[in-house]
Design a protein around this ligand. Structure first.
Ligand SMILES: [Zn+2]
Length: 123
């Protein structure tokens, strides 16, 4: 007998009787295994055409805009910083310049949050 059930096998939280599963909102309802990396696993689905099948492969452009959309990075400075970091040192940018540019985007993002918070407090 489960520890969470009374002497008659009834759950004190959800009332599930002996042999019954706990209700979904019951504290004793089995919890799914925690997937700690779920927020890093994005996917996109694309319909496969007859041409794709004949060719044997499908191309999906992974430009910063697509990546940001799939990852749920809304526009503004967050997207701008992400775009810069994805670009990295390509196009002749040095690491320190890249860090400075990304930091400027993040600083502005933080500044905007502060401004919004300040504005909300004035209402
Ligand atoms: Zn229960």
């Amino acid at each position: 007998m489960d520890m969470e059930r009374d002497e008659f096998g009834v759950c004190a939280s959800c009332g599930a009787m002996e042999g019954m599963k706990h209700m979904r909102n019951c504290e004793h309802y089995p919890k799914p295994a925690l997937d700690v990396g779920a927020h890093y696993r994005w996917e996109i689905r694309r319909r496969i055409t007859d041409t794709d099948i004949a060719r044997g492969w499908v191309r999906v452009k992974l430009d910063p805009y697509r990546i940001c959309r799939v990852a749920g990075v809304g526009g503004g400075p967050h997207e701008h910083a992400t775009k810069k970091l994805l670009r990295g040192e390509a196009k002749g940018h040095e690491a320190r310049e890249l860090i400075r540019e990304a930091r400027a985007c993040l600083d502005r993002w933080q500044e905007m949050l502060d401004e919004d918070e300040e504005e909300a407090a004035c209402r």
